[in-house]
Structures are given as C-alpha cells and as structure tokens.
Design a protein around this ligand. Structure first.
Ligand SMILES: CSC[C@@H](O)[C@@H](O)C(=O)COP(=O)(O)O
Length: 356
C-alpha cells in the first residue's frame, strides 16, 4: 500500500489537519481546521484540491459541523448545503456528501457525531485503497510499453492527479508509483497547468519520490507529442459522464486532441467516486469559472524566500478563467478505474450498481 509522505488530511482530536496546498511547492505546512466554515473555505480557496481529496475533506467538514454543537437536522442539512456549494465540477464532492447524508440522516442527533467521524474516515481509507487498485491496473499499460522497447516509458500528465489530490497514491500518478515500485523506468512530462500551476505540485511530488520528470509550458505539449517523445498520456478527471466524456483541468482537452493527432494513447484515471451516470454526456457537466485574478496574477518565491504575488497583466484587463474542460469520449483510449480499464462507453459494465 502506498503511504503518503505527508498525509493530505488526517483527524486530530476534533479537528481536521490538512496539508495546505496553497503554500506548495514553496513550503510544506499543515493547518488544523476546526469548523464547517474552515473546511468549506479550505475547499473554495484550494488549500485542499483534486477531486477525491475535495470529497474526503467535505466528509470531514460534516463531522466538524456536527462536533461543534447540536447535531440536529438543521445543522446537518446546513453543513451539506454549505459544503455542496464550494466547488461545482468535481462530482466526488457530491458523492461524498450523499454518502454522509445516507448514513447520518436516519440517526438520532446524539448518535450522529461519532458516526460522521467514522464515515469520513471510511471515505478516506476507501480512497487510499482505490488509488492503489488504479495503480495496479494502470501499471499494465506502462509494463506493456516497457516490454515493447528499451528505455524508460515516457508518460505525459496534466494538472496534479498524484497523492496530493487524493488520500492515497493519486489517480493518474498511481500507475507511475506502481511502475517505480515494480522497477520499471518511467519519465514523466509534466505540464505547468496555468493559471494555478498544479503541474508544479506534480513536479514537487515526483521529485520527492525520485521519479525523473521534465516540466514543460502547457503549450509545448503538442510539439512533444508530434515528435514522438511521449508514449502515453494519463490524466485524472473531476467528473466522467455516462458516455465517457471526461471533465478535467482546463488544457486536458488540447492534450487529448494532440495525442489523437499523433497516435499516442490518451487515458483517464478515475475512481468510482468520479463517475456520474446522472450526466448523460459532457455537456451536462458544470464547468467552474474562477476569478480573473488567477489569470492576471502569479505567485512565486521571491529572492528573500517569501511567497510573493505579481501582476502579469495591465490593470483592469478582462480575463476569463474556466477551470476545467471536457474531453470527448472519442479521444479517450480507456478509463483506468479501480475495477479495471474500460473503454469510455463501457463504464456501466464495470459499475452496474452505479449505472442503475
Ligand atoms: C486525482 S485528481 C483529478 C482531478 O481532480 C485533477 O486532475 C484536477 O483537475 C484538479 O483540479 P483542482 O482545480 O486543482 O482541484
């Protein structure tokens, strides 16, 4: 089982201790969240991020709400509503809250608090096990390429779908860590992922794990794919529709298009909590619009080692910031799940109970 070098979240007494991802890759620090509002803010402001981790944090957010006073219906429903409105695209958020609601609604108020902590912890543990299973299935893709030719397998990814985004090994990076454990050489091409630069988080975790990697500007991905410098692309997802269309961090679609044109297989790695059979196709997936500030400003480490923010654009520049895009199923070679790899249109066969 993959062990996170620093837990992305953990319960400590009646608080939730998270690794604050807004400080990475510059500084690694944890923060203790003690209330519903603190948990909701941590999700909104991306102190925690990545679809599975957002879901787990929301589950613990419900426990925090119930631990702070009365655990009656009004408190529970308020917590579910506040957390449910934090970020719109990752369906894991709604999946986790629905799981909490199913367990907690039938209980009496006095029984709810302990049950909420227990269920949140179960969601955390399930996610860790799920990531390991995704790693095992994705490893087969990497091993097949390694068996065909000498040299390291060259894998491209986008955003951060590693351990930082989950409670375990990650989704897209779980096969990379599994390959490393199996002694198969892998090199990862990491795209920067403007505007929030989650690719820098990927570079940070790969560096710590000793996995060779190269950071590229997002716009360099097409050239590398066209030149045959990449063997396969694997990204995570925030929501996969019933037909296999997959929403992920903005820029994923362009990589899938370029991979398709270059004949390079493009895979999505996603757990059951990311599958939304209620969405018939990608057009029904809500796309988060974040503030223009994220496009017009940039954070970095200043010469005095403080984290500094700089303006990139002239004042009052109008900027749009759609945070996700949708890759059509036709561009996806397969979806790597904890139950195996499915062709995008065949997810229901792997998850009949969810598809019903
Ligand atoms: C295992 S995480 C998969 C996705 O959640 C990830 O690729 C992504 O898009 C994260 O977006 P973020 O905005 O950083 O939460």
């Amino acid at each position: 089982m993959f062990v996170q070098p620093i837990p992305t979240l953990r319960r400590e007494a009646d608080t939730l201790v998270i690794l604050d991802q807004t400080l990475l890759p510059f500084r690694s620090a944890t923060v203790a969240l003690a209330s519903l509002e603190a948990a909701a803010d941590a999700i909104r402001h991306m102190q925690v991020r990545g679809a599975p981790l957002i879901g787990a944090t929301a589950a613990f957010g419900v426990a925090l709400a119930l631990a702070r006073g009365r655990a009656d219906d009004a408190v529970l429903e308020h917590a579910l509503a506040v957390l449910g409105a934090t970020r719109p695209t990752a369906v894991n958020l709604h999946w986790a809250l629905a799981r909490m609601a199913d367990v907690l609604r039938p209980l009496s108020a006095p029984a709810r608090c302990a049950a909420a902590w227990a269920e949140a912890e179960a969601i955390r543990a399930d996610d860790a096990a799920t990531c390991d299973a995704i790693g095992r299935h994705g490893l087969a893709l990497i091993a097949a390429i390694a068996a065909r030719r000498p040299g390291p397998v060259r894998l491209m990814t986008h955003c951060n779908a590693g351990w930082l985004a989950t409670c375990g090994a990650g989704t897209a990076l779980a096969p990379v860590y599994a390959a490393q454990a199996a002694g198969i050489a892998v090199e990862v091409v990491v795209s920067e992922t403007r505007p929030r630069n989650q690719g820098l988080l990927t570079a940070w975790e790969l560096r710590a794990a000793g996995v060779p990697h190269t950071l590229i500007a997002d716009n360099a991905a097409g050239l590398l794919l066209m030149r045959g410098e990449v063997d396969l692309v694997i990204t995570g997802a925030d929501r996969v529709a019933a037909n296999g269309d997959a929403a992920n961090k903005v820029g994923t679609y362009l990589k899938a298009l370029a991979a398709h044109a270059a004949g390079v297989p493009f895979y999505i790695a996603a757990p059951h909590s990311t599958l939304d059979f209620g969405c018939p196709d990608g057009r029904a997936i809500p796309i988060e619009d974040r503030g223009a500030d994220e496009v017009c400003r940039i954070r970095g480490l200043a010469a005095d080692a403080t984290i500094a923010e700089l303006s990139l654009a002239p004042p009052a520049t109008r900027a749009a910031n759609p945070a996700f895009d949708v890759t059509p199923a036709a561009l996806i070679a397969g979806i790597v799940t904890e139950r195996g790899i499915a062709a995008p249109g065949h997810l229901a066969a792997l998850y009949p109970e969810q598809a019903r």
